[in-house]
Each structure stands twice: as C-alpha cells, then as structure tokens.
Design a protein around this ligand. Sequence first.
Ligand SMILES: O=C(O)CCC(=O)C(=O)O
Ligand SMILES: [Fe+2]
Length: 217
Amino acid sequence: MMETALAAVHSNIDQPGIDQVVPLQPVELGFAEFEQHGLVVLPHFLPVELIQSLKKEVQHQAKLQPAAIGRANTLQLAQDIRRDKTCWLTGESIAQQLYMQQLNAILTQLNRSFFLGLTGYECHFSHYQPGDFYRTHLDAFSDQASRRVTSVCYLNDVEQGGELVVYDEQQQPVLILPPRAGTLILFESSRFPHEVKPTAQHRYSIAGWFRQDPPVF
Ligand SMILES: O=C(O)CCC(=O)C(=O)O
Ligand SMILES: [Fe+2]
C-alpha cells in the first residue's frame, strides 16, 4: 500500500479545472505483481477529474512537437517508427504537479521495495492522431539504462486500434492493452519490447520514465 497521501481534485463549476487538493485514499500498487512479472497494470489509477484536466491540457497544448528518436546529437525525426506528437510536463499547472507528485510517490515506493536507486522521473504528453503508431521498440538498453521503469497513463478511452502490445524477451506478446482513461501501466524499460498499434481515434497519454542517473560531482 502507498503510505504517501495522494491527492484528489475538485473542479469548480464557474472555473472548470482543478482548484483544490484534498487527501485521497492510498492506492494499491500491486508491487507483488511488479516483482513477479516486471510489469503491472493499474486501472483507475487517477481520479476522473484529474484525468479530464490533463486531457484538456494536452488537447490545447501548443507546444506539442513531432516526436524524435535517438539520443541528444543524433535526434532525428523518425516518421516510419513513430508518429506521435509530444510535449514534456514541466509542472506549469496544478494538474501536472499532482500527476508528478503521484508518480514521485511511486518512485519512493519502488526504491523502498526493490532498492532500485531511482533518482528521478520525467514524462511527456503524447497525442496520437488517427493513423498514428509507434513501432516495436525498447525504451532503454540494459548496458546503459538510465531509464529503468516505464510508465504510461492513458487520458482517454480508445475503442478502435491504438492498443499497447508488450512482448517478452522471446518476442511473444504478453499483454494487449486497449487504452482506458485513468489506467497506468508500469514495466521494466530494458526488458519489454512494445509497440502502439495504429489508432483509429485520437489517443492521449502521458509516457514517463523512472531514471537512475549517477550523481553529478
Ligand atoms: O503510449 C503507449 O502505450 C506507449 C508509448 C511508448 O512506448 C513510448 O512513448 O515510449
Ligand atoms: Fe516505449
């Protein structure tokens, strides 16, 4: 069980959005499942109001850019590999702060339970338009993995296409997950190849990574 008090949100009718933060019930994170399989799916991870606020933000986000692949100086657009548009969360809204607060609480729990030595969390909004996809890939390579655990939280229901398909080390599918608003998935970044099937509908999510970076001296 989470020890940290999580947050619920109340929207104000005159001024839609999030204006108040109150303690929420702790969330059962299914760590036994994560320990056993290296992967866990948590339906209804976030309150509906917070999902709605985050979805509105990504829908009106002017800073979304076509996603690139590769590292720093080799960044290249890779339209044949991925087609989503992304924008990093900065904590510029209360909704973003609440989201990152919840994920940082998970970071603490992962460190306590598995001694992962995670040092930080980063995440971006993703928008897949109809026809968009992300071909099979790994989020990290085990020899230089600073991304240790991947998180994806879905901000809307996608009824046609857009499934996340997760494969094992033998390239066999172990999970086919149609996006549902409020569901969070966590998995070990260097262990599971995965892909986003072409979506027939707009698909909104927050993809993020728990990192383990060496200290800077
Ligand atoms: O949105 C998803 O279901 C997965 C996204 C993904 O694999 C990524 O952004 O690296
Ligand atoms: Fe990925």
